[in-house]
Design a protein around this ligand. Structure first.
Ligand code: NAP
Length: 279
């Protein structure tokens, strides 16, 4: 077992009641961090925190709040500052998918996707970044982008735009806050097995037919390593970027994608089906 890299550091992970965010929170907790969990509802956030804490309730804090709500973000960060002081690590993970034909995408769905995925990343970075700057001992921010922010994934106009913009925000903040010892990086996962993508796996198992725009076989065929990723594999990359093993890495976007981004050949399975039942 590896030595704990985050003993007594404070880490805030947005959108950490399940999926990739929960895996990141669990990994940070395992390696000694005090972890702040976040989700939209108090009930779900408290339940995830109870399960993670076990009998060590002093090392896990549940702070519910919608990342797209400026007041809620302020309340979450104030609670953390009161309890534990400025976070050493911020992981901007909360995100929602928005899948559908771009020519029919409503402004409301476009806007909600931008509000959660991009504005949420900005609001938490601004609030936590200000506290890190004021404390003067640096920090690490990791944003969870996507391969959809690097290359085009059809039927994801809003999602892809937010994930590209997160990479731009990562570069900008890295350039601006490096003078304060704050490192800002991103990871770009391909398809990962979480509640967000569960439908791909369950529907593919139920019927050998296209489900939504990507079949499980299509994803596996398009991925050089031949499979979807696991949340723990994203967590491993995030912990590396947040750790003292990455003290000279800032402004980077690390694909965690089984070779998805590197893949340049034409492949039958790479032609997604229109998402007829998804919008
Ligand atoms: N899964 C993939 O294949 C994949 C690939 C590339 C990138 N990503 C990115 O990875 C991140 C996590 O994805 P995931 O697959 O783990 O998603 P998920 O299984 O749907 O989990 C999303 C998490 O975010 C929380 N959340 C959603 N909206 C929120 C909001 N407005 N405010 C606060 N919390 C919110 C949810 O908590 P509550 O429901 O309790 O509020 C949940 O904990 C996202 O940014 C996603 O874009 C995922």
């Amino acid at each position: 077992m590896r030595t704990a890299r985050f003993t007594d550091r404070v880490a805030l992970v947005t959108g950490s009641t399940m999926g990739i965010g929960l895996a990141i929170a669990e990994a940070l907790h395992r390696e000694g961090a005090r972890v702040v969990l976040n989700g939209r509802t108090a009930e779900r956030t408290a339940r995830a925190a109870e399960e993670l804490a076990g009998d060590r309730t002093d090392r896990v804090l549940a702070c519910a709040g919608d990342v797209a709500d400026e007041d809620a973000v302020g309340r979450v960060v104030d609670t953390v500052l009161d309890r534990w002081g400025p976070p050493d690590i911020l992981v901007n993970n909360a995100g929602i998918p928005t899948v559908g034909h771009s020519e029919r995408l409503s402004l409301a769905r476009w806007q909600r996707c931008l509000d959660v995925n991009l504005t949420g990343t900005f609001l938490f970075s601004r609030a936590v970044g200000a506290a890190m700057v004021a404390r003067g001992t640096g920090g690490a921010i990791v944003n969870i982008s996507s391969v959809a922010g690097i290359g085009g994934l059809p039927y994801r106009a809003a999602y892809g735009a937010t994930k590209s913009a997160q990479i731009g925000l990562t570069s900008t903040l890295a350039a601006e806050w490096g003078q304060h010892g704050i490192r800002v990086n991103a990871v770009a996962p391909a398809f990962i097995r979480t509640p967000m993508t569960e439908f791909i796996v369950t529907e593919a198992a139920a019927a050998d037919a296209p489900t939504g725009d990507w079949t499980l076989a299509g994803i596996e065929g398009r991925t050089p390593l031949g499979r979807m990723g696991e949340p723990g594999e994203v967590a491993d990359a995030v912990l590396f970027l947040a750790s003292d093993e990455a003290t000279f890495i800032s402004g980077a976007t690390l694909p965690v994608d089984g070779g998805w981004t590197a893949f340049g050949a034409w492949h039958q399975a790479s032609r997604p089906m229109p998402p007829a039942h998804l919008d």
